[in-house]
Write a protein that binds this ligand. Structure first.
Ligand SMILES: [Zn+2]
Length: 300
């Protein structure tokens, strides 16, 4: 098989796995790989990634002009092109909507807490790129802010994006993000997360070199200035003071919202607008139900 034939087969296989694991539904998601130094091999628009065949792929140049293929390239091509422009080291780009990671992206909760050693040594942290209308040039702009420092990120109210030195590496990062999101969700439901202390995070970062893991950027020592493109990875690690794990209680028995989370939600929630001259009233569900029942009785 030619090198191009092997890459076409790899894209089919990764698409099949993404669909089988529920990372995409219907025609969601897209995959691309570099084909030599000036061309890309990319999944086409409007096909289910679980049922692709090698002949379906498009070949484009780095400006997105189609060079070969019966179908049009992915509707998220602009995002892929931006990644290849910003990162010469990247050979493959994977985009999907894995449901738990995407849930975090919808909730606006980045995966930046130091919880799992393997995630810290490989991906570091997973930020959320600002909301952008899918398939428009807004999306590459949102991705640009983080792509120099991260191999994986969430896309607000949309999904996740991963990149790698080859297609399998990019795909495995997508698996890692969804797995990390799943574990984080369970820990949060259980009401506590023990966080890896800053000193231990530094030790784990040093292991990257030992294991030959190439991360695009180091973990930030200080919080980076707001509004600028990321040049390091933000990890919300507390000082350990001798401890390697720092308990962070969410103070909630299973199934209840912790006061800490409730306060956050309350802060973020939009305030009801009072009409001019009107006053806000609050009713319990039971009071509201009986008012409705009474109104219905009066109608009869
Ligand atoms: Zn998408």
């Amino acid at each position: 098989m030619t090198a191009e034939g092997a890459l076409r087969a790899d894209i089919v296989e990764v698409g099949r796995r993404m669909y089988a694991r529920g990372y995409t539904a219907s025609n969601d998601g897209n995959i691309s790989v570099r084909l030599g130094h000036d061309r890309l091999l990319m999944t086409p628009k409007s096909v289910c990634k679980g049922f692709m065949t090698p002949d379906m792929m498009c070949i484009t140049d780095l400006e997105g002009r189609k060079l070969q293929g019966d179908r049009d390239p992915s509707s998220e091509m602009l995002m892929h092109l931006e990644v290849y422009r910003q990162r010469q080291d990247v050979q493959a780009v994977v985009h999907a909507h894995p449901p738990i990671a995407t849930g975090f992206a919808v909730a606006g909760i980045p995966l930046t807490r130091p919880v799992l050693a393997e995630v810290l040594t490989t991906l570091g942290s997973i930020p959320i790129a600002e909301y952008a209308t899918p398939s428009t040039s807004e999306l590459p702009q949102a991705v640009r802010k983080y792509i120099k420092a991260h191999d994986g990120m969430l896309l607000a109210n949309h999904g996740a994006l991963t990149v790698g030195g080859d297609l399998l590496a990019a795909y495995y990062k997508m698996e890692t993000i969804e797995h990390f999101a799943k574990i984080s969700l369970v820990a949060r439901l259980l009401g506590r997360e023990n966080l890896i202390a800053r000193e231990e995070v530094a030790r784990l970062q040093a292991l990257r070199g030992t294991y030959g893991i190439t991360a695009p950027a180091p973990i930030c020592e200080d919080p980076p200035p707001a509004g600028q493109d990321a040049t390091c990875q933000v990890v919300d690690a507390p000082a350990g003071g001798g401890l390697r794990l720092v308990p962070d209680l969410l103070d909630a028995p299973f199934g209840e919202v912790s006061p800490k989370l409730a306060a956050q939600v309350d802060k973020a929630a939009p305030k009801p607008m009072a009409k001019a001259g009107g006053e806000e009233i609050r009713l319990t569900y039971r009071e509201l139900s009986s008012l409705i029942e009474e109104a219905i009785r009066n109608l009869r």
